[in-house]
Design a protein. Structure first.
Length: 255
């Protein structure tokens, strides 16, 4: 396991950078710091050494669209967390292969931009694949010839290896991630795996995205099954058991 844990104390987001309190952008300093709203300077952590905590960063690069292919629970949890972190919902594209009304629900709730054709997601440089594992080949079919080297596809589908994803979108950079529904309250624990030759800039972009909704750690792909059991499916089963316990005792404990 590669122990590059990242957490976020700030409320900013690369999707929607916020200006300082006086309406001005921070002024970069030669030593890598930035001028704060109070006129002081804040040192920006390089944050790439092992175990380093990244941030806080009061300002980031201009907005970049993120696309979601899939509109289920985990997709909604991530969208909710990103919006809570300060992201502009309008910069988040969402496509769903079925249930068009689901897109309207998410648009009304978070202000995301629904796209009716999956191929329109190619407008986003980073796409999160949030469908069931058995649906991955069919879901990616419309994007196969549209995604190029400038695109990053992050799959949340458990058990689908990086090699298989690369065959489905051969020109794009791929990654795997396993967050959980606690992303909705920015408390997810997310494991992310990359191919060995993934550029550092791409790794940073993906890790930064998921660190907006909780803590993030980069792992080797062989560890993803354990991450899925512990951080992905495990909490879901635990929550279901707790809900059943609550429901089972409500009547007995009622006054």
């Amino acid at each position: 396991m590669v122990g590059k844990a990242r957490t976020r104390a700030d409320r900013g987001c690369p999707l929607a950078p916020r200006p300082l309190g006086n309406g001005k952008r921070p002024i970069p300093a030669r030593d890598g710091g930035q001028q704060t709203a109070a006129g002081g300077r804040e040192r920006v952590s390089k944050g790439r050494e092992e175990g380093a905590v990244v941030g806080p960063w009061p300002y980031r690069e201009p907005p970049a669209e993120v696309g979601f292919l899939g509109a289920g629970r985990i997709a909604e949890a991530l969208i909710a967390g990103l919006v809570a972190s300060g992201a502009d919902g309008g910069s988040i594209l969402v496509a769903n292969r079925t249930r068009a009304e689901r897109l309207d629900e998410l648009a009304g709730r978070y202000g995301v931009h629904p796209v009716r054709n999956v191929s329109d997601l190619a407008r986003a440089p980073l796409i999160v694949l949030a469908v069931k594992p058995k649906d991955v080949p069919e879901a990616l079919s419309p994007l196969r010839d549209l995604l190029g080297p400038e695109h990053v596809l992050v799959s949340l589908a458990a058990g689908v290896p990086l090699a298989a994803l690369s065959r489905l979108v051969p020109k794009a950079t791929v990654a795997r991630a396993m967050p959980n529904t606690a992303a909705q309250v920015r408390a997810s624990a997310t494991g992310v795996a990359f191919p060995a030759d993934t550029p550092a800039a791409v790794r940073a972009r993906v890790l930064d995205l998921f660190s907006r909704v909780g803590s993030t750690v980069e792992v080797e792909e062989r560890a993803m099954d354990a991450v899925t059991a512990l951080a992905g499916s495990g909490p879901a089963f635990l929550y279901a058991a707790l809900e059943a316990m609550i429901q089972g005792t409500e009547g007995a404990l009622a006054p």
